[in-house]
Design a protein around this ligand. Structure first.
Ligand SMILES: N[C@@H](CCC(=O)N[C@@H](CS)C(=O)NCC(=O)O)C(=O)O
Length: 207
């Protein structure tokens, strides 16, 4: 049994969706960031970064980093076909998109949402936020271009990378502006959002 440390309106929604898609048994443990529960000594022992989510694996080990969780869930549940197997020619493409989203999109979203943390002078925050938005548009273009003529991000079939894409698309403010600009992102995110696993995770993650 997995244990997902989660909070509404955070990336734990995509991990929950991946667990649902995999048909995995899991329990939820709320870490309310509004109550600063992600900064308690108890939670820092689970995720020393003080961020949500964290995932306890069935063997008892706990990991942080949402992309790592999704990749691990994909591999542990091969019958769900959420990622190309190691050795498959599409496997490196799966790594590429998962890491691109984790290393490029996610940090730019953090810069956008937590702009005040990126300077010693709070007066800089609006400019930091504006630049982060500019960078997010560039980031998304790379994915939108790659999706031209493709149904899904990796290997012609739905998978964990599409789940990650959809969640990150929902963080864009306003989401409709992203979809109006990038039709391929809108198409894939729309198809992912209609999946029962994603509907369930999204409903649970609403405030
Ligand atoms: N790289 C981390 C980022 C996690 C992250 O930024 N989580 C946000 C919520 S989506 C959070 O915990 N924010 C609270 C904070 O920064 O204080 C991951 O992918 O798990």
């Amino acid at each position: 049994m997995y244990k997902l440390y989660w909070c509404p309106e955070t990336a734990s929604s995509v991990v929950m969706a991946a667990l649902e898609e995999a048909g995995a048994a899991y329990e939820l443990h709320l870490v309310d960031t509004r109550q600063k529960q992600h900064k308690t000594a108890e939670y820092l022992a689970i995720n020393p970064c003080g961020l949500v989510p964290a995932l306890a694996l069935p063997d008892g080990r706990t990991i942080f980093e949402s992309a790592a969780m999704i990749m691990e869930i994909c591999d542990r549940h091969p019958k769900a076909h959420l990622a190309p197997s190691p050795g498959d020619p599409d496997r490196p493409v799966f790594y590429q998109w998962m890491l691109y989203m984790a290393d490029t999109l996610y940090p730019d979203y953090r810069r956008y949402f937590y702009a005040d943390r990126y300077s010693t002078d709070p007066a800089d925050a609006p400019r930091i936020r504006a630049k982060a938005m500019e960078d997010l548009l560039t980031d998304w273009k790379v994915i939108d271009d790659a999706l031209a003529g493709r149904e899904w991000l990796v290997g012609g079939r739905f998978g964990g990378a599409d789940l990650y894409l959809e969640t990150m698309a929902t963080w864009f403010e306003p989401m409709e502006a992203l979809f109006a600009r990038y039709g391929n992102i809108a198409r894939v995110a729309g198809a992912v959002a209609a999946r029962p696993a994603v509907i369930k995770a999204a409903a649970r993650h609403r405030r």
